[in-house]
Design a protein around this ligand. Sequence first.
Ligand SMILES: *[C@@H]1O[C@H](CO)[C@@H](O)[C@H](O)[C@H]1NC(C)=O
Ligand SMILES: *[C@@H]1O[C@H](CO)[C@@H](O)[C@H](O)[C@H]1NC(C)=O
Ligand SMILES: *[C@@H]1O[C@H](CO)[C@@H](O)[C@H](O)[C@H]1NC(C)=O
Ligand SMILES: *[C@@H]1O[C@H](CO)[C@@H](O)[C@H](O)[C@H]1NC(C)=O
Length: 830
Amino acid sequence: MGQPSVLSPTLLFLLLLLFPLSLSWGQRSNPEGENPSCDRCNQRLSCNCSYGGFDRVPTVTERALTLDLSFNNIAVVTDDDLRGHDRLRVLNLRGNRLVEIQPAAFASLWSLEELDLSDNQLTALNYTWFNKLGALQKLNLLNNPYKSLGSPPVFQGLVRLRRLGFGGAALEELRRGDLAGVTQLEELTVHANNLRRYEPGTLADIWPLGRVTLSLHGPFLTDPPLAAAVLHDVAYPETPMVLSDLHLIRNESIQPLRETAGKRVRSMTLRNLSVSDEGIVNLLMVCNGVPLTSLFVDDVVLTGEGRWERAKWTDQKSIDEFYVRNAVVLDVWKFVSFLELRFLLQYPRRVSVIGVRMFVIPCQTTHLLVNLQYLDLSDNLLTDLTLEESLCKGDGTMKDLRVLNISGNALKSLSVLSQLVTKLSKLTHLDVSRNGYSSMPPSCSWPSTLRYLNLSRSKLTTVTPCLPSTLEVLDLSNNDLNVFLLALPLLRELHLTGNKFLRLPPGWLFPSLQTLTIESNTLSMFGRSDLQSYRRLQSLKAGQNKFVCSCEFVYFLQSDIKGEGAVDLMDGAEGYVCDSPLYLQGEPVGQVRLSVVECHRVTFVSVSCGLALLTGILLIVLLWRLHAFWYLKMTWAWLRAKRSAASRRRRRLGDGGDAEPLLRYDAFVSYSERDASWVEEFLVPELEDQRENNGDAANTQDPRPLSLCLHKRDFLPGQWIVDNIMSAMERSRRTVFILSENFVRSDWCRYELDFSHFRLFDGMADGDAAILILLEPLAKDDIPKRFCKLRKLMSSTTYLEWPQEEERRAEFWKNLRYALRGEDEEEKEE
Ligand SMILES: *[C@@H]1O[C@H](CO)[C@@H](O)[C@H](O)[C@H]1NC(C)=O
Ligand SMILES: *[C@@H]1O[C@H](CO)[C@@H](O)[C@H](O)[C@H]1NC(C)=O
Ligand SMILES: *[C@@H]1O[C@H](CO)[C@@H](O)[C@H](O)[C@H]1NC(C)=O
Ligand SMILES: *[C@@H]1O[C@H](CO)[C@@H](O)[C@H](O)[C@H]1NC(C)=O
């Protein structure tokens, strides 16, 4: 009892030593941030991280609904790897290197419906993995190296489980209770090729059972009673049975099938089978009188020669469907004819012999198939010639035949074909796809019942009236067609995918058409009107074409994608991609944004031209309102005048600089034409004519008459008026402006005024060179704004007002003369 106390310090020491070590080990194995991440998730929150080279579970968004981690190198799923993924529905870990799944790894996956752990290295299953997966419906544990399912029962809590697969090459043992909790299944798959021990009843409690697939290679071969025990537990009449990997050579190895026969199983599939003649004979014996209706054989190697007539006496009446695909007959040259097999061939209504390298059915054998309604001979080596033999030259044998599938053979002539089938008076479906038909004859004869014709993957370049007008479904995909101009009034489905159509065929040819597929052609566009010509069209697939993304097409398709059109785009918007214009190449049509400029070019151009015109007009009106033209004219005139003035001055200086003789006038009179009467009646006589002034007192002082320059009288004819004005002003000492309403309205007067102003600043004369005479009262504010010069003059220069009263006029003249002359005197004084 004292020992623990002695040990405890050592223990403590050891613990202290180990604690940090274990802590660091824990961190390394499960560091929070170190997991790689995978962002290959789509809008539907399905994350495809398959083949990503991950060696641990990558982190993905917690909102993910589907997580595909198949075919990576993940070895361990830790408790933390999938924490928080409580929305995940599907988890696929197939094909990794899983050796360990920690007990609580799936603990938070409450919503998980599908879990695939197949093809890993799990040597044992742990019931704690599945504890919390109450929603799980589908569980795949196939091909892991566990030897048994283990206990406690692993599937106990999976109440919703409907599809289950388990087993593998290592599975040795199945015990009663292993499948406790699994009650009903839609599908059960057990790989038990090496099963050694089976407790009868282990699989017996699963019912109803939808479909069962068993691989029991070893038990059938070495322990038939064990195989029989397994079959006994899962065989039910309505449960299709799939048995794979069987090697049915000897009589004993067939015997377990007595169980299925005894349980009256109706549908049996043998997959990956190798069988001898003896095996087949015994099988037929086992099936004697059994209500087996469908026998499917997929991937079979036949080691015999077809000598099955020893089972001739058996009753195979119930066999309705016989299907064999991918059969290899080892001794094909020794193979006997089927003629002895009347006991087998007269019953089935459906026969499929697919991919067995068959090149002919002898006509005699064909005659045996009296019940036949459905014949599928696809993927064989039939030619026109051997088909002729097989269909007995078209004599109408197999009179009940409704479906004939000879897809994937080596047929070349449609006219031969049509002759061969024309007497099959019940034929509705004819599949001759994947043959070598390269041309279509102008006319053909078909049974009037033909509704479905599949001519896809041929080499047809044209369509002719050879096609029967009774067709409801026509598949011409993957040919070399570019036009289709043939009316098919009953056609409901037309498949033209993979051809060279540049545009949709006209819809009025197909008044009943409901489905049209025309993907992967060279369509450049289609529109509402094209589709409207198809009166009944409901679904369309037209993706993967060379679309020209015009505005019309883009608008049409976008409204259709939104579901506003009458036709559904069944292939989804992703397939519709612009091919041109170049800058839109590769862009999905549904996401293209075209600008208004591109889409309404004509409208845009006309509207912008109209706007420009309107703006122009507005501008002109505005300029006119602001008298811009007048200013312009003015500026130009001023520039010209200035230039000529400058040249005149140069000339004058060159002449010797005597300016005086040039002053020929005392004053230049600027007046409006309308005021001419006043000038002529009053001004000129008063100033130029001396007689008038005889009685005046001032007369004595001023004997000399004044000379005036009047444009009417003194302007040189033939000269530009502005030049005339300019020189008149230059040659006059003063400028007299006769101001009146008329003056304000006259353009020329305005020029004159302005020139006088330039002169003032040219330094030719002093500030009083201009004399203003107001003929009528004119308030400064009445003068328009643009007469800024005049307004300035009126405020800087005193002006003389023409008095209306007679008696005050003498005073006026006196003042005027004084103004005109006063400066004269000053000049003389100088
Ligand atoms: C077919 O069955 C044999 C055993 O008879 C087996 O070795 C082989 O792997 C199986 N093939 C497939 C593809 O399952
Ligand atoms: C095969 O074995 C069963 C029982 O073991 C026997 O009844 C049957 O006759 C045998 N078949 C042949 C062809 O030997
Ligand atoms: C004919 O066989 C091919 C290939 O096996 C298949 O794809 C096609 O659906 C079949 N046609 C009919 C009408 O059953
Ligand atoms: C026509 O045959 C091809 C190839 O056999 C097949 O893929 C296609 O589904 C068939 N078309 C129709 C409409 O069944």
